[in-house]
Design a protein around this ligand. Structure first.
Ligand code: HMG
Length: 459
């Protein structure tokens, strides 16, 4: 049975901080953000927004657009790493808000949980709900998977230049107009790691930035290896001599903590795949630098970690490789359009990969490309750490959804924060009623009260 994404919607806060203003205030070269990381603006939440409100706003939008009633929804999952309750799941907060519109008890028949595994948890939620549909359990109902996060780092830390906020919701069913997931190929990799984590009571994560970059690439590569085996053994793909698995993916959407991480990851995966091909020797000759090979040729994290000399050489080689015509072609064709939204919005943790997918659809369609039947590969990563690689193909009715996408219009009007305003918000100095923007017809946080039975009021 087919199962996949029928429609997709986003909700992005209207406040943002500009990379140039941020760099000036922190004494950084703006080029480091804009060119080095690929960050131009970062969306910031107002005082009256939390991840549950972002998620509820995205859900209401997709339900209204598709004229769905609560009866049409069989499952509502929320994936987040910005959770504010150790027990009560965020989807119950979201349902509470939606029932203010649809009536008390309107979602009582609906199931769902909040899922957590840093940024990868939304992909696990998508997989579980896809299988719920494939198993015939949905009985004609749809699933809503919402990925919603506020990426907030300590002030003055290196992570602070990779913040952002927003929610993406995906409507899943057995006749998806947008993308049908390829069966029997979803592949995962998992390892107990401490690259990025947020212990109880801490609002911001503890981050080992460069280590997290490296782990991301190694974990996704491992998942891709498993994907490759499954794609071949299930008959989905047959590799002819001189071909790699990436040749069978028209687009590759990667988790985007900052947009250039997508490019770094693509370069890593392409290098790994191309190393087995005769043309690789020619490319190395063109680059003019010997490719460093780790002591353990499988390139495990243990074999490269702490080997500063290897890491420096590897970085230099990758930089040179990304400048080659061969890499530029694959980058422009398969990845570049997915990075546009990330540059304007920043990291959305669980939602970043799916904002990238949404971005790719809009900007490839605008180029006049017929997307029907195109295969999208997805590289999902969550710190801590786990990766998931999966794929799907665009469906004939995709145009119905994609033709109306307009990121610029959906983001507008946006308000550029001054550095003072941003820092006041960052330090949580204001109460919900002191919001910077006046909000109309949206779910907002009205009150936070951790001492009573309810954690807060939203309407
Ligand atoms: P950093 O270490 O200060 O930055 O912070 P850097 O020195 O690596 O510089 C960044 C890039 O800018 C480099 O490019 C520099 O060369 C370049 P590269 O060489 O790598 O291609 N650069 C410049 N370019 C132009 N002009 C200049 C200039 N100066 C430097 N003047 C870091 C970067 C990502 C470590 C930091 O922002 C951070 O800690 N971020 C948070 C962690 C993170 O995003 N990790 C990503 C992988 S893990 C992940 O994705 C999971 C996550 O989403 C969480 C989850 O799963 O829940 C984070």
């Amino acid at each position: 049975m087919a199962a996949g994404i029928d429609d997709i919607a986003i909700y992005i806060p209207r406040l943002y901080i500009d990379a140039a203003d941020f760099a000036k205030a922190r004494g950084l070269d703006p080029e480091k953000l804009q060119k080095g990381l690929g960050v131009s603006q970062m969306a910031i939440v107002d005082t009256n927004q939390d991840p549950a409100c972002l998620a509820a706003n995205a859900c209401l939008q997709i339900m209204q657009k598709n004229k769905l009633s609560p009866e049409d929804i069989g499952r509502l999952y929320v994936s987040t790493e910005s959770s504010f309750d150790e027990s009560k799941a965020m989807n119950s907060y979201v349902i509470g808000m939606l029932e203010q519109v649809y009536g008390q008890g309107a979602f009582e028949h609906c199931g769902g949980v909040e899922t957590k595994f840093a940024c990868v948890s939304g992909s696990y939620a998508l997989y579980d709900n896809t299988n719920w549909i494939r198993a015939g359990e949905a009985e004609g109902k749809h699933a809503l998977v919402v990925v919603s996060d506020i990426a907030k780092y300590d002030m003055g830390s290196s992570g602070e230049m990779t913040q952002g906020a927003g929610a993406v919701v995906m409507l899943l069913n057995d006749e998806p107009r947008l993308l049908s997931f390829d069966p029997k190929v979803t592949a995962t990799s998992i390892k107990d790691e401490y690259d990025f984590y947020r212990p109880f009571g801490k609002e911001t994560p503890i981050v080992h930035g460069q280590y997290s970059n490296l782990l991301y690439m190694i974990q996704v590569r491992k998942a891709l290896e498993t994907y490759k085996k499954k794609a071949i053994s299930s008959g989905l793909m047959k590799l002819e001599p001189g071909e790699t698995i990436l040749d069978h993916m028209d687009y590759l959407n990667m988790h985007l903590p900052y947009s250039n991480m997508g490019k770094k990851a693509l370069a890593y995966l392409v290098r790994h795949e191309w190393r087995q091909l005769p043309r690789w020797k020619k490319i190395i000759q063109e680059i003019g630098i010997q490719e460093p090979i780790p002591k353990d040729p499988r390139g495990t994290i243990e074999s490269v970690l702490g080997d500063e000399e290897f890491m420096a050489k590897d970085h230099e080689f990758t930089k040179a490789f990304t400048k080659t015509r061969e890499f530029q072609e694959i980058y422009e064709a398969k990845l570049a359009s997915s990075l546009v939204a990330s540059k304007m919005i920043g990291n959305l943790y669980t939602a970043s990969l799916y904002l990238g997918f949404r971005s790719c659809l809009e900007f490839e369609y605008q180029k006049g490309i017929d997307l029907n039947g195109k295969r999208f590969g997805f590289g999902s990563y969550g710190s801590g750490s786990s990766a998931m690689v999966f794929s799907g193909t665009i469906q004939p009715q995709y145009e119905e959804i994609v033709k109306n996408m307009n990121l610029e219009a959906e983001l507008a009007p946006r308000r550029r924060l001054t550095l003072d305003e941003y820092e006041t918000l960052h330090e949580n100095k204001l109460s919900p009623e002191e919001s910077i923007l006046r909000t109309k017809r949206e779910f907002i946080l009205v009150d936070v009260n951790t001492t009573t039975e309810s954690r807060g009021e939203r309407r």
